[in-house]
Design a protein around this ligand. Sequence first.
Ligand code: CU
Length: 468
Amino acid sequence: MTTRRWFLGASALAAASVGRSALATLPDAPMAPAAPTMAPPLQPTSGRPYRPVVTLNGWTLPWRMKDGWKEFHLVAEPVLRELAPGMTAQLWGYNGSSPGPTIEVVEGDRVRLYVTNRLPEHTAVHWHGQRLPNGMDGVGGLTQPQIPSGKTYVYEFEVRRHGTFMYHPHADEMVQMAMGMMGFWVTHPKDPRRTPGYTECDRDFCFLLNAFDIEPGSATPKIMTMLDFNLWCWNSRVFPGIDTLVARRGDRVRIRVGNLTMTNHPIHLHGHEFVVAGTDGGWTNPASRWSEVTADIAVGQMRALEFIADEPGDWAMHCHKSHHTMNAMGHDVPTMIGVDHREVVRKIQKLVPDYMVMGERGMADMGEMEMPLPDNTLPMMTGRGPFGPLEMGGMFTVFKVRDGLARNDYRDPGPFQHPEGTVAYEWKGAAPEPARGAAAPEPARGAAAPSPATLRAVKPGAAHGHHR
Ligand SMILES: [Cu+2]
């Protein structure tokens, strides 16, 4: 566990100032599993029963029942998080992970949340979307004193509303959220069969949209970044590090998404249509729903998407902003499609030895090219499928539908075996030039080398560009 946790000097001091006798009365603060992959759903062993959610690359926080209260213990602290194999970030989170563990409760539960601050600065936790007494809302300075480094505060409230929620700091918010402090919260209805708009689902997935700005070759997010983030994550993971979502053919599936980035994300699912069955405010009226294949999720919003997984296959699921499905690097290069720049590159490389040719035929070559990268940096376009490189990064994963999976089987079933004759194939016959009218322009085939002035835009730093 100590290898996964990362202490600052100040937090050692903080730990010492929480007396042992005080700690003895606190509920345990369970720590994140060692692997940053989806933990099995946490079946409730006390309190009202419910069908638990699964958190992509995450886990659910165990609790204890005490005198009719469900007691949880969150520890705000520095953590190490692998964003994808090959890159680990120094973040802040809760109980050993960023995002923190998912909290699952049932409508009507009385919850007591202990929050221990092991950060080097004060914090406070806001329970985003909940109905609760004003003094439990977690806005440092407004509804409570900030929780100083080393102290533990207690939040108590009855969970009045079922639905999809989040938690995050409301203290030095830009910094603490840029460092990865956030978590998911699900409140299950007390009586699922008699809850308007609510349908029991066979698989109930959840994840947060979050973003970091980490310079290639470094590990700590730049905390003053406002919009120019360069790593677009689901639960502090990027493709190919994001878990696949696996469903049995015919399952009713719910995907809950919360957005704690600083921009909107149109989340797009291939092969199926879904409805927005839940918003920040609860379950939508079924008569108000319409089908779609992309749901735009604005900043601070939560959405619950529902559908029947009735098409077997490996279906892409991703943010539809195409620069959000790329990792850091290389976004400020000029468009070079159709430009033969071999001679110019030779000249540039005299000045900038590691300048790389990008985009003469498009950018797809980047998916295969092993460009030299700084340590702890992910390729921009990456991941392999059964047919070759996927050329994706960031907010991308695969939704896999298979026949006959066991009820709680979320393991990646491997690549889809396409039935004979159902894969796009090459035309092997003659392919004459398409006939063009006199007015149609001839397609460009290469062009004269651009003037050196055009290329002066490529500076060494530009290859590590950002995008919003
Ligand atoms: Cu996006």
